[in-house]
Design a binder for this molecule. Structure first.
Ligand code: MN
Length: 726
C-alpha cells in the first residue's frame, strides 16, 4: 500500500490539522521501522499502515488512526519512549500507543517466563482497555492484520498466535460486539489450529453450494417482491457464514452440516425499527416459519449490544433458511460493535455512553485482588467476562452482569465477600429459591444473610459458576480451617485409596510425592491434603497422579535393571540425539530427543513438544502426532536447527518402479555414487512387473535428501520416490 494514498484517504475523512499530524506519524513510523522487514519480506511499515486503514475503515476518530500507525514504534524502535510520542503527537495519541504496547520486549527467554510475560502483557492490555476502550479496537485491528499474514510465520509462532487469538482476541471482539472481526479472527485461527477439520468443513460446505445458492436467490427475489408490494424499502443480501461457527455448532449439537438451519441466511436491512416488525409480518404471512425459531433481539438486545429480528423459514423445496431483519444502525453495530459508536456520535455524549458500555470491565478489574498473580488475573477475567452473560438487578435496580449459569451465590460474592460468606438464602423476584438456582436476565436478586452462618459451605464450590466466587470460598477455607482441612484431606485420600484397593503408604513415598508437590506448585504435601480437604482438588485426582508417577518410576527401574544385565535391545531403543543439532528457543539447556514418528532432518520445518519429564521431543511441523496436540498447545515450544550441525540423521525413502532385472543394483550404484551410506534396504515386488523398495540412509539435511531423490528419479527403472514418515 502506498503511503500517499493512505494519507489522501485520511484527508478525505478528517480535518487538515489531523491530516498534518497523520502525515508526520506515517513518516515517523516509516523511519522507525526502516531497518525492519516482516516475515513476508515486505518493509515493516506496511503493517502499521494496514492496521491504520482497518481502524479508519471502522469509522474511528483521528486519534485512533494516528495511534494505529504508531502502535509498534515504542516496542520496535530504539530509544523511542511513550514520552517521546507524547511530545511529538500529543497526550491522547501517546496514551493509546502505550495501551497497545507490550510491557516487555520479547527476547531470549525461557519457556516459563514467556508464559508469565504473556499474562502480564494481557493484564496490562485489559487495564488499558478499561481506561480507554479505543485501545481494544486498535489492538484487534493489529491482531487481524497479523492473522491475515500469519502464513509467513514459522509453525511455532503460527500455532501460538492462532491459539491466543482464539482464546483471547476473538472473545474480546465478541464481547465488544465486533462481529465482523470476530468471525474473521476465528476462521483464520481455525484454519491454522485445526487444518483437517477446516478442510473437511469447507469441503462439506461447497458440496451442496449450488443447490443452496438457488434456494437463496429464489427466496431473496420473492421476499424483495413481497416487501416492495407492502411499501417497505429494504436492501436484501445473502449472509456469508463463518466456517468456525458452523464447526462449533456441529460440535455443540452433535449434528451434521445438513442439520444446521442457518447455513443459508438472508439479511433484510430496512429504514426504521417499525419497518423491522412490518417486514417480519409480511414475511411470516408469505412463508411458513419454523416454530420456536423466532428471536426478538430488538426488544431484548444481546449483552454485546447486538440487535435484530431472527426467524427461520421453510423454502418450497423443504430447505430451511434464516432471515435476519435489522436497521442500518443495528447492522453497523452488529459488524463493528463498540466501534460503531464513533459513526453515530452526532449529538450524543460518546464518552459517557462508552463509559457505561465498558463499566463491566472496570468493575471486574476493581473487584480483583491487585496482588493476584497475572496468570490468575487474566484467567479469571477470561472465564468470567468473555463468556456469555446474564444481566440481573439488585433490589435497588443496579445492573450486575454475571456469566450464564451463575447462581445467587455468585451474585452475593460479587456484591461483597462478606455478604457471600454469610449467605443463608436468596429471593428471586420476591420468591425464595435454592442456592443453585440459575439466574436469568432481568431477575431481581435479593440475598438473605445471617450472622449465624459461620461461613461458606464446601458444597458451594460445586454450585458457584464464577472463578471469583470460587476463589473467595477457597480462600476462606484456606485461612479459617487449615488444620481441619489437612486432617480431613488425609482421611479422604486414605478412604479413596482403600476403595480402590491401593496401599497408600506405597504411593506417598517421597520419590512420588516430591515431583507432585513441584508440579502442583505447592510447598508441602500438607498443602495437597488441605486442598483435598477444602474441595479444591479431588482425592481421586491426587491418587491418579501418584499412581502415574509410580508407574513411570517402576518402568524406569525396570529398564535400568535390564541395561545393567546387558540387554542391548532397550539401550538401542532409548533414542537420543545430540543436543547440538537443535536449539530450543529460550532454553538451550533443555534435553532434546526426536519423535520416533517422523524423523525430522535439518531443513525441515520443526516444532518442539515439552514432554512430561523427558525434555523436548522434536517433530516435523506437519507430523500428524503434533497437529493432534491442539489441546496441549501450551506444551509446544519453538525449536530450530543449529546452523552447523555435524550430526547425521536417518531418512527413509520408498522407491517404486518397474520390476526389471538389475534394478536394485542400478539404484544402489546411484546412491553410492552420491557418497551416501545405506543403513538398510528391503524390497518387495508389488505385482509381477512392479516393485517397491524401502531404503534408510544417513544424511545431513533435507538438501542432501532432495539431491538423492532427484538423482533416483532420473533412473529409468524408478517411477516414484516418496519420503517416508519414519
Ligand atoms: Mn503490530
Amino acid at each position: 500500500m502506498d503511503m500517499q494514498e493512505l494519507i489522501q484517504e485520511f484527508s478525505k475523512r478528517y480535518s487538515p490539522e489531523h491530516t498534518e499530524t497523520f502525515r508526520r506519524a506515517v513518516d515517523f513510523a516509516y523511519q522507525t521501522h526502516s531497518s525492519q522487514l516482516r516475515e513476508s519480506g515486505e518493509p515493516y511499515v506496511v503493517h502499521p499502515m494496514e492496521v491504520a486503514r482497518i481502524v479508519m475503515d471502522m469509522g474511528m476518530d483521528a486519534s485512533s488512526v494516528i495511534a494505529a500507525v504508531l502502535h509498534d514504534v515504542v516496542e520496535d524502535g530504539d530509544n523511542i519512549t511513550v514520552a517521546l510520542v507524547e511530545e511529538k503527537f500529543g497526550a491522547e495519541v501517546a496514551k493509546l500507543v502505550d495501551g497497545v504496547t507490550k510491557l516487555t520486549k520479547s527476547g531470549q527467554q525461557t519457556y516459563i517466563t514467556k508464559k508469565q510475560e504473556q499474562s502480564e502483557n494481557l493484564r496490562k492490555l485489559f487495564l488499558a482497555i478499561a481506561a480507554d476502550v479505543r485501545v481494544v479496537i486498535i489492538k484487534l485491528a493489529d491482531r487481524l492484520h497479523n492473522m491475515r499474514t500469519l502464513a509467513y510465520c514459522n509453525p511455532y509462532k503460527r500455532m501460538r498466535k492462532a491459539k491466543e487469538t482464539l482464546e483471547v482476541y476473538a472473545p474480546l471482539a465478541h464481547r465488544f460486539g465486533m462481529g465482523a472481526i470476530k468471525g474473521e479472527l476465528e476462521d483464520l485461527s481455525f484454519m491454522y489450529l485445526m487444518p483437517e477439520e477446516y478442510a473437511d468443513i469447507s469441503r462439506q460446505f461447497r458440496e451442496k453450494q449450488a443447490e443452496r445458492q438457488e434456494t437463496l436467490d429464489n427466496a431473496k427475489r420473492v421476499i424483495k417482491e413481497e416487501l416492495t408490494t407492502a411499501g417497505i424499502d429494504a436492501t436484501i443480501s445473502g449472509r456469508p457464514k463463518h466456517l468456525y461457527s458452523v464447526y462449533r455448532k456441529m460440535q455443540r449439537q452433535n449434528s451434521s452440516i445438513a442439520e444446521i438451519y442457518d447455513l443459508i441466511a438472508i439479511r433484510v436491512i430496512v429504514e426504521s425499527v417499525n419497518d423491522c416488525y412490518a417486514a417480519l409480518g409480511v414475511i411470516h404471512a408469505g412463508w411458513k416459519p419454523l416454530p420456536g425459531r423466532f428471536k426478538d433481539y430488538i426488544a431484548t438486545p444481546k449483552p454485546n449490544m447486538y440487535r435484530s429480528l431472527h426467524t427461520t423459514l421453510l423454502a418450497s423445496n423443504g430447505i430451511p433458511f434464516e432471515v435476519q431483519i435489522r436497521t442500518k444502525e443495528m447492522h453497523k453495530t452488529a459488524e463493528y460493535g463498540i466501534a460503531a459508536h464513533w459513526m453515530y456520535k452526532e449529538g450524543r455524549n460518546v464518552q459517557s455512553l462508552l463509559d457505561r458500555k465498558t463499566s463491566w470491565l472496570r468493575q471486574v478489574i476493581e473487584a480483583r485482588d491487585t496482588t493476584e498473580d497475572s496468570k490468575e488475573f487474566v484467567e479469571s477475567i477470561m472465564k468470567d467476562f468473555l463468556g456469555e452473560y446474564v444481566f440481573v438487578l439488585t433490589p435497588k435496580g443496579e445492573i450486575i452482569d454475571l456469566p450464564r449459569g451463575s447462581t445467587p451465590l455468585d451474585f452475593a460474592y460479587r456484591i461483597h465477600t462478606n455478604i457471600g460468606h454469610h449467605t443463608q438464602g436468596a429471593r428471586i423476584n420476591g420468591a425464595l429459591v435454592r442456592l443453585d438456582y440459575k439466574l436469568k436476565t432481568n431477575d431481581v436478586v435479593e440475598i438473605v444473610t445471617s450472622n449465624n452462618q459461620a461461613g461458606p459451605s464446601l458444597d458451594w464450590l460445586k454450585i458457584v459458576k464464577t472463578q471469583a466466587a470460587r476463589n473467595k470460598i477457597r480462600q476462606w477455607f484456606k485461612k479459617e480451617n487449615r488444620e481441619g482441612n489437612v486432617a480431613r484431606g488425609r482421611e479422604m485420600l486414605e478412604d479413596s485409596a482403600k476403595r480402590q484397593n491401593l496401599v497408600i503408604s506405597d504411593l506417598t513415598k517421597p520419590e512420588f510425592v516430591n515431583p507432585l508437590i513441584e508440579r502442583l506448585n505447592v510447598s508441602s504435601f500438607d498443602d495437597i491434603y488441605a486442598a483435598i480437604g477444602f474441595g479444591g482438588m479431588s482425592a481421586s485426582q491426587v491418587l491418579h497422579k501418584l499412581q502415574e508417577l509410580k508407574k513411570k518410576d517402576d518402568k524406569a527401574t525396570e529398564i535400568a535393571e535390564r541395561i545393567r544385565h546387558g540387554d542391548s535391545e532397550d539401550t538401542a531403543k532409548a533414542t537420543h540425539v545430540p543436543v547440538n543439532g537443535i536449539i530450543v528457543k529460550g532454553d538451550p539447556g533443555m534435553a532434546v530427543r526426536f519423535g520416533n514418528c517422523c524423523n525430522p532432518l535439518p531443513g525441515d520445518p520443526i516444532i518442539g513438544y515439552i514432554t512430561r519429564g523427558r525434555g523436548v521431543s522434536v517433530h516435523r511441523a506437519n507430523c500428524p502426532n503434533v497437529t493432534n496436540l491442539q489441546n496441549d498447545l501450551d506444551r509446544i515450544i519453538e525449536v530450530e536447527w543449529a546452523i552447523n550441525t555435524k550430526s547425521s540423521f536417518n531418512a527413509s525413502l520408498q522407491i517404486a518402479g518397474d520390476n526389471k532385472p538389475g534394478t536394485l543394483s542400478q539404484i544402489s550404484q546411484q546412491i553410492s555414487s552420491l557418497n551416501v551410506s545405506i543403513q538398510s534396504i528391503s524390497g518387495k515386488p508389488m505385482t509381477d512387473d512392479r516393485y517397491i523398495i524401502e531404503m534408510t540412509f544417513e544424511v545431513a539435511n533435507t538438501e542432501q535428501l532432495n539431491v538423492i531423490i532427484r538423482n533416483l528419479k532420473k533412473l529409468k527403472c524408478v517411477s516414484d520416490v516418496y519420503r517416508m514418515n519414519r
